[in-house]
Design a binder for this molecule. Structure first.
Ligand code: HEM
Length: 435
C-alpha cells in the first residue's frame, strides 16, 4: 500500500466495490470511497462534520503557520471570503501581465537548459510555476534570488514534513539531531525575506498583485490583516499553487508528445484566438478545445490523487455508517478511472469534456480541484496559468519523450512521475509561405 497505493486501491475497488473499510495501522478505521453520493456528502453537503487530517493541520501548521490550508471553522471562513477576492475575474485579468512577464523570463532560462539534450521537465515546470505564483503574490519586482531562496525552503520543508508523516517514530530523533531546528531556521530566513516585501509595500504605491488584495482586505470591524497573517497566507498560497500546476503541466506535455493530432489542434486554437498577443484571463473561455485537453489530463493524472478527512461525529450516508474519529479517504484517482463513469478510462480522450458534457455527468465523478466550500480557491488562476504556459511551450518547441524514459505515477502527497519525465525540446521552425 505504501509503495504503490494506486494499484492496491484499484484491486480493492474491483474486489470490494466503490466503498470499503480497512484499519489504519490495525487500529483506526479508514473508509476509502469513490461513491459519488458519499464524496458529495463528505466534501459538500455535510462538510462541517469532516475536518482536514492532523497531517495537514498540525504538521503543516508547525511550519506554515495559520492560513487557508491549516485552519478550520470561523477563522477559515473569514479568511477564505477575504482571499477569494484575489482570484476574481478582474484580478486575474490584472495578474495576467505579471504572469506573462514571469513566463518570458523563465523561458529564457529554459532555452539555455534544453541545448544539451533531454531534460527532466518536472523540476523545470516547478521553476516556471513557482516564479509565476511568487510574482503574482509579491509583484513583478520580486528578485530572482529571493524567489530561489523561498522556493528551495518550501521544497526542503515539504520533503521534511512528508518524512515526519511517513516515519512519525523518527520525530524524537529529528529533534535531538537538530534536523527539526535546521528546517525551522530555513523557514525563519524565508519569512524574513518575504516580510521585507510586505513592509516595503506599506510605504509604496499599491500593486496589482495578490499581496495588495491581502493588504487591502478588511474584516467586519474595519481592521486589516496583520502582517504575520499576510505572510503565512502568502506562504500557503505559494505551497498550494506551484507544484499542483507544474505537476499537471508535466503530465500534459508527456501525454501530448505522443498525440500530434491533438497538439496540432491546440496550436491552431492558440494561433486563432491569440495570434501574437499574450494570453489574458478573458481569453480562457475562447480556448475551448485546449481547456478540454487540460481537463482530460487532470482526470488521468489528478495532482491530488486523494483527499482525506476525519469525521467529527457519527454520520450516515445511505446505508454507509461513518463512525466519529474515522478517516474518510476520498479516492480522487479511483473516481477519475472508474469504469462505471469513464468508458476506456485509461485512454487519453479530450472529447469526454466537449462543451456541455458536464451536464450529463454524475456530480462528484470528476473533481481534480476538490469540491464543496473547501475546494480549490486557485482553480481559475490554475487554468489560466496552465493554458498560458502550455500556449507558449506548444507553439515555441517541438518535443519528444527521451527513448529510454519509463513513465510511472508515484502517489505521494501529489501524484508525481516516479522516474521524472525526460524530454528533448527543439525550437520549432517558423512556417514560411510555400513551405
Ligand atoms: C492544477 C492545479 C491545482 C489543483 C489540481 C489543485 C487542487 C486542489 C484541491 C483538490 C484542493 C482541495 C484539498 C482538500 O479538500 O483537502 C485544493 C485546495 C486549495 N488550493 Fe488548489 N489546486 C491547484 C492549483 C492551485 C493554485 C494555483 C492555488 C493558488 C495560487 C491553489 C490554492 C489552493 C488553496 C489555498 C487551497 C485550500 C483552500 C481551502 O482550504 O479553503 N491551488 N486545491
Amino acid at each position: 500500500m505504501v509503495k504503490n497505493p494506486i494499484d492496491v486501491l484499484r484491486r480493492y475497488h474491483q474486489e470490494f466495490g466503490d466503498t470499503f473499510r480497512f484499519f489504519l495501522g490495525g487500529l483506526k478505521e479508514a473508509i476509502v470511497t469513490i461513491d459519488p453520493a458519499i464524496v458529495q456528502h463528505v466534501l459538500k453537503t455535510n462538510h462541517e462534520n469532516y475536518q482536514k487530517s492532523d497531517i495537514q493541520v498540525k504538521r503543516m501548521g508547525h511550519f506554515l503557520g495559520k492560513g487557508l490550508l491549516t485552519t478550520h471553522g470561523e477563522a477559515w471562513k473569514t479568511q477564505r471570503r477575504l482571499i477569494q477576492k484575489g482570484f476574481s475575474p478582474k484580478q486575474l485579468d490584472a495578474l495576467s501581465a505579471i504572469m506573462q512577464d514571469s513566463l518570458s523570463d523563465s523561458l529564457r532560462i529554459f532555452d539555455s537548459k534544453i541545448q544539451d539534450g533531454p531534460v527532466d521537465i518536472y523540476p523545470h515546470m516547478m521553476e516556471i510555476t513557482f516564479s509565476m505564483v511568487a510574482r503574482s503574490l509579491f509583484g513583478a519586482r520580486l528578485k530572482a534570488e529571493d524567489i530561489d531562496l523561498v522556493s528551495k525552503t518550501i521544497c526542503t520543508v515539504q520533503e521534511f514534513i512528508v518524512k515526519q508523516t511517513l516515519q512519525p517514530y523518527l520525530n524524537p530523533v529529528f529533534e535531538v539531531s537538530g534536523e527539526l531546528k535546521k528546517h525551522e531556521m530555513m523557514r525563519v530566513r524565508a519569512d524574513a525575506v518575504l516580510m521585507s516585501y510586505i513592509q516595503k509595500r506599506r510605504s509604496e504605491e499599491p500593486g496589482d498583485d495578490l499581496l495588495q488584495t491581502l493588504m487591502d482586505a478588511r474584516y467586519a470591524d474595519g481592521e486589516g490583516m496583520p502582517d504575520e497573517l499576510i505572510l503565512s497566507e502568502s506562504m500557503q498560497l505559494l505551497v498550494a499553487g506551484h507544484e499542483t500546476s507544474s505537476n499537471s503541466l508535466s503530465w500534459l506535455l508527456y501525454l501530448l508528445s505522443s498525440r500530434p493530432e491533438i497538439l496540432e489542434r491546440m496550436r491552431q486554437e492558440f494561433d486563432t484566438v491569440l495570434g501574437d498577443r499574450p494570453l489574458s484571463h478573458g481569453d480562457v473561455p475562447k480556448l475551448e478545445y485546449s481547456t478540454q485537453v487540460v481537463q482530460e489530463s487532470l482526470r488521468l493524472y489528478p495532482p491530488f490523487w486523494m483527499i482525506d478527512r476525519i469525521a467529527m461525529a457519527d454520520d450516515q450516508v445511505g446505508d454507509t455508517f461513518i463512525a466519529a474519529g474515522s478517516t474518510v479517504i476520498v479516492h480522487v484517482y479511483g473516481a477519475h478511472h472508474a469504469p462505471a463513469h469513464w468508458p476506456n478510462a485509461d485512454e487519453f480522450d479530450p472529447e469526454r469534456f466537449v462543451k456541455g458534457s458536464d451536464k450529463l455527468r454524475t456530480p462528484f465523478t470528476y473533481f481534480p480541484f476538490g469540491g464543496g466550500p473547501r475546494g480549490c480557491i486557485g482553480l481559475h488562476y490554475a487554468m489560466l496559468q496552465i493554458l498560458m504556459i502550455l500556449g507558449e511551450v506548444l507553439r515555441k518547441y517541438e518535443f519528444t519523450v527521451a527513448p529510454d524514459q519509463s513513465i510511472e505515477p508515484r502517489a505521494m502527497v501529489i501524484l508525481r512521475p516516479k522516474h521524472g519525465i525526460r524530454m528533448t525540446f527543439n525550437v520549432a521552425e517558423p512556417v514560411t509561405c510555400g513551405a
